[in-house]
Design a protein around this ligand. Sequence first.
Ligand code: NAD
Ligand code: ZN
Length: 359
Amino acid sequence: LHRVPVDLGEHAYDIEVGYGLRNQLAEHLAPWNKGQQWVVLTQQAIFDIYAPVVDSLRAAGFNIHPIIVPGDESAKNIRYAEQVWSEMVELGCDRSSILLALGGGVVGDLGGFVAATYMRGIPFVQIPTTLLAMVDSAIGGKTAVNLAAGKNLVGAIYQPKAVLIDPDFLATLPRRNVISSLAEAVKYGFIRDVSIFETFETRFDDLVALNDEALLSEIIAKSCAIKAAIVSADQFENGERRLLNYGHTIGHAFETLEAYQGLYHGEAVLYGMKCANFISHHKGLLSKADYLRAKAVLDRFELPPLSKMAAEDILKVVAHDKKYINGKLNFIVLDALGNGLVSTDVTADDITASLGEVA
Ligand code: NAD
Ligand code: ZN
């Protein structure tokens, strides 16, 4: 079992990572169980497979109620937040009630938002069931619902009491979903921890096949530790947290423009990292040797081909994102493997040149 302490002062908590953790939830949660109501927020497809997890808590004496929300991104809507708040009132939930978010990023984001707001805030616990949630969305305290005008426009920063990660949940996910989420793990290797990058270099096949439990647990725990450290240093996103945008500036443009072709988020980010590395090298920051090592790893991910996109359309999306970062394009580059930094002099021409890398 890996234990990753998250150092957030009075909001400090632990992330635990271990195969089989889901069969020991009652023990892990027992210290908080004072006979109050527990709500498990989840989706039908997850509940169909993992109802025994809820049953085991009930059998251990927890006063537990599943609440099911839609199985896709549409659940991240104020309508479903209201539905869950109302169900909780009917169940008699009060400020001592605890919400468990059992699912991927959608359930975690909605669940965290509901927990942050129900009776001005109740404790919640993240039990992520997708790799994206295990290495990214369950850590950092960002919670949100979407508006028609855009994703994640309404939310709160709200920390869980614990994050309990059992990588065994990944066995029931489609392979493409898991592999694309490894993009976020390799991202931490590029920006912060060269040992993660080297694991991808030497153990790529074992990682994508999920066939080495110790290796996967270690990569997840290291990823959590890095995100937790960056977020603790910068909970409200002014400085260091921007490093997490590595691969995401151009990646997000690919994702937006490919929305209907169904490019996964992680796949778009992998393409975005290829461009960012090209730019890093092109600007004389990343050595040729490091650039080629990075490229060799990124090329091993089997990515669906990108459809033809005009550079000007990509630049338009990038320019739109840029508004959110103090009016300046803050672009994350590498000056070595394992070291990301913010650059404010990446130009439209640099981005256009990098597109050749992925065309
Ligand atoms: P998701 O939550 O939509 O889950 C993908 C699908 O897999 C869903 O249909 C779900 O029901 C199903 N599923 C989940 N676990 C399963 C399992 N173990 N077995 C079988 N099926 C399972 O997708 P996601 O990629 O985890 O999350 C995406 C969301 O995360 C987006 O809304 C994004 O905005 C958000 N996000 C949030 C943050 C953050 O910091 N809060 C960071 C990144 C992404
Ligand atoms: Zn991402």
